[in-house]
Design a protein. Structure first.
Length: 79
């Protein structure tokens, strides 16, 4: 992966309200670091935006403060 981390979906690009990142799995340490780092880096440009990582299965780790992890099926029910 080269360059700046990317976020999959930004709600309201002019004044970001939500940053939504999607990953199939974050069970491997490298995947966890990549996905969490992307959300943390995006927070620097969108200070008040809600940050959510959507995954197929809930990881064993707790996310850093301010990042919500939700399973794909549950996220679909919420939206």
């Amino acid at each position: 992966m080269a360059g700046e981390p990317e976020i999959d979906l930004v709600v309201n690009i002019d004044r970001p309200e939500a940053l939504i990142h999607i990953a199939s799995s974050v069970s491997h340490a490298s995947a966890w670091e990549r996905e969490i780092t992307a959300l943390e880096a995006a927070r620097l440009r969108a200070q008040n935006a809600e940050r959510t990582l959507v995954v197929n299965t809930t990881p064993a780790r707790e996310p850093p403060p301010g990042i919500r992890i939700v399973e794909t099926w549950r996220y679909r029910l919420e939206t």
